[in-house]
Ligand binder design. Structure first.
Ligand code: DX5
Ligand code: ZN
Length: 223
């Protein structure tokens, strides 16, 4: 099993497959292999968010086409139903929302299955909701758009929350990735990293770039 790199002071980009070319996943994902940290796989159930995406059936194709570990970001009302199916499908990290039913039990189950666990909060949820999770997760994800759709504008008013989450992680003294998701591009990445993020989900800005690999190389040099 591929092991997720530990937070190391370096910034890892997680390409969001939601914006990839589904007609040719290999061509879309393979060039990112050496440049990205892992793949971000958005799961939507039409209840927790007003959209549908994909289930565990597609995950092995994403892992194979990218050659990267996959993080399943579960934007679903009942994540407990999906932890095992995603573990079986080969997700190496599973991120659940703190707002969803049974989130803490899901984190415990994910870790018991030997996988990395993440916890996410929506824009309206305060950083304090992360407190019970910080000692138990490998990744904290701060949503920087209302979850549900790619291609939305970055919410700069989430930056203080990113900073607060960074302080919570530092106080705890455990290696935990701090990730942002939504509207991230070369410009919005800068204040996120300054606020303490060390992982950036990138969907539309990455896959719509004329040369996504060149964009990742440039970001690795500048961030
Ligand atoms: C939004 C998803 C994101 C999305 C980001 O609900 O969680 O992962 O793919 O897309 P961009 O980078 O286009 O905002
Ligand atoms: Zn996401």
């Amino acid at each position: 099993m591929t092991v997720f790199p530990s937070p190391s002071g370096r910034v890892a980009v997680a390409p969001s497959v939601l914006s990839a070319d589904f007609a040719d996943l290999r061509r879309s994902l393979a060039p990112l292999r050496r440049l990205a940290g892992w793949m971000h796989f958005d799961v939507m159930d039409g209840h927790f968010v007003p959209n549908l995406s994909f289930g565990p059936g597609l995950l092995p194709a994403v892992a194979k086409a990218s050659g990267l570990p996959v993080d399943a970001h579960l934007m679903v009302e009942r994540p407990a139903m999906f932890v095992e199916p995603f573990a079986k499908a080969g997700a190496e990290l599973i991120t659940v929302h703190a707002e969803a039913a049974g989130a803490a039990a899901c984190v415990a189950k994910i870790r018991k299955l030997g996988l990395k666990a993440g916890v996410s909060i929506k824009p309206g949820t305060p950083a304090s909701r992360l407190a019970p999770f910080i000692g138990k997760v490998d990744l904290v994800l701060i949503m920087t758009v209302e979850p549900g759709f790619g291609g939305q504008s970055f919410m700069a008013d989430m930056l203080p929350k990113v900073h607060e989450a960074r302080r919570m992680i530092e106080r705890r003294g455990r290696p935990v990735w701090l990730q942002v998701d939504g509207g991230i591009n070369e410009e919005t990445a800068v204040p996120c990293v300054a606020a303490g993020a060390d992982s950036l989900v990138m969907g539309s800005a990455l896959f719509k770039a004329p040369d996504p690999a060149a964009l990742l190389r440039r970001m690795a040099r500048t961030l």
